[in-house]
Design a protein around this ligand. Structure first.
Ligand code: NAG
Ligand code: CA
Length: 327
């Protein structure tokens, strides 16, 4: 009797011993309050700790609305603290919704950039920026054929020299993208932007299944520390409510290969690969049709086979000749 009773106590004691160790292992999930925006938003008075507002943005108890479903609005929120973390994950819960069934726009963007609080033409923020933009483009400005449907999520890295071209929906400056229907859902919609080991991974949770689905992954992306997080949105002739419900920034552990003393603050934003040149060529002259490509492949295959056969024949002939010489 006595023994049986003491077992759970021992167990609890063991748990108490283990818990701090588990908590320490869990540093991967270390949330950084100074880069996060969670309910309740308001601190004392009107201000929201760590965030500044621009333009049409309003704060309610349940959401931060960057633009209402009205024409020609632009709004933004900007984190007041620069991010000094090398590996991070930003999880954003958002809601894009409006009365428009077929016509809505323009979209919103999530930023990690050098200059904060600057309104401009790129979804409510400045063009020729330095840093990273994750763009949620709901309206296709492109009159010609696109390789993709809208709404569309894309990533763009800028060192301050690139222009975001709305006429092409930014397709020739994006590093990657994916189609993603994220409008007018009753359930929660989330995006995860992970920057780890110089790799950018964007995942979405749009179907209310509580699971991440990879949208894009790009290696060799260089971003400095010390930039600012933000979100901005615009409406034009078309409109939508662009709401941010929550932003959670997680500090991720340094990898063993990363030197913690390395100064990453002077890096110029860059990405080794661009989708750009390929799409630009496709835009100017249509790419080869499937049949044409197939015929080309056939031709090349036949040439290769002929060459191989000729090579074998030549080789055999030579073998024969050398054998003849031996006799
Ligand atoms: C900025 O990016 C452009 C386009 O990728 C590139 O041609 C240029 O060399 C870059 N400039 C700097 C200073 O890195
Ligand atoms: Ca667009």
């Amino acid at each position: 009797m006595c023994n049986q009773k003491s077992i759970p106590h021992k167990f609890i004691f063991l748990l108490l011993l283990i818990t701090p160790i588990l908590a320490e292992w869990n540093t991967r999930d270390y949330i950084r309050r100074e880069h996060s925006l969670t309910k309740p938003y308001q601190g004392s008075g009107m201000s929201v700790p760590y965030w500044d507002f621009l333009g049409s943005t309003i704060v309610t108890t349940n959401y931060v609305r960057l633009t209402p479903d009205l024409q020609s609005k632009a709004g933004a929120i900007w984190n007041t603290a620069p991010c000094h973390t090398r590996n991070w994950e930003l999880q954003v819960q958002f809601k894009v919704h409006g009365r428009g069934k077929d016509l809505f726009g323009d979209g919103f963007a999530i930023w990690y950039v050098r200059d904060r609080m600057q309104s401009g033409p790129v979804f409510g923020s400045k063009d020729y920026y330095q840093g990273l933009a994750i763009i949620f483009d709901t309206y296709s400005n492109h009159n010609g054929a696109h390789n993709h449907q809208h709404p569309y999520i894309s990533a763009m890295i800028n060192n301050g020299t690139l222009h975001y071209d709305h006429d092409r929906d930014g397709t020739h400056t994006q590093i990657a993208g994916c189609e993603a229907k994220f409008r007018n859902y009753n359930h929660d919609t989330h995006i995860s932007i992970m920057y780890k080991d110089d790799t950018l991974i964007v995942s979405t949770d749009l179907e209310g299944k509580n699971a991440w689905k990879e949208c894009l992954r790009v290696e060799k992306v260089l971003l400095p520390t010390g930039y600012y997080y933000g979100a901005s949105a615009t409406t034009g002739d078309l409109s939508d409510n662009h709401d941010i419900i929550a932003i959670k920034m997680y500090e991720l552990d340094l990898l063993e290969t990363q030197n913690k003393d390395e100064d990453r603050s002077h890096i110029i934003p860059s990405a080794a690969s661009f989708e750009a040149p390929r799409e630009r060529i496709e835009d100017e002259k249509p790419s080869m049709s499937g049949i044409k490509t197939f015929l080309w492949m056939m031709c090349i295959a036949i040439i290769v086979i002929v060459l191989v056969v000729m090579g074998i024949m030549w080789y055999q002939k030579r073998q024969e000749n050398s054998r003849k010489r031996l006799y």
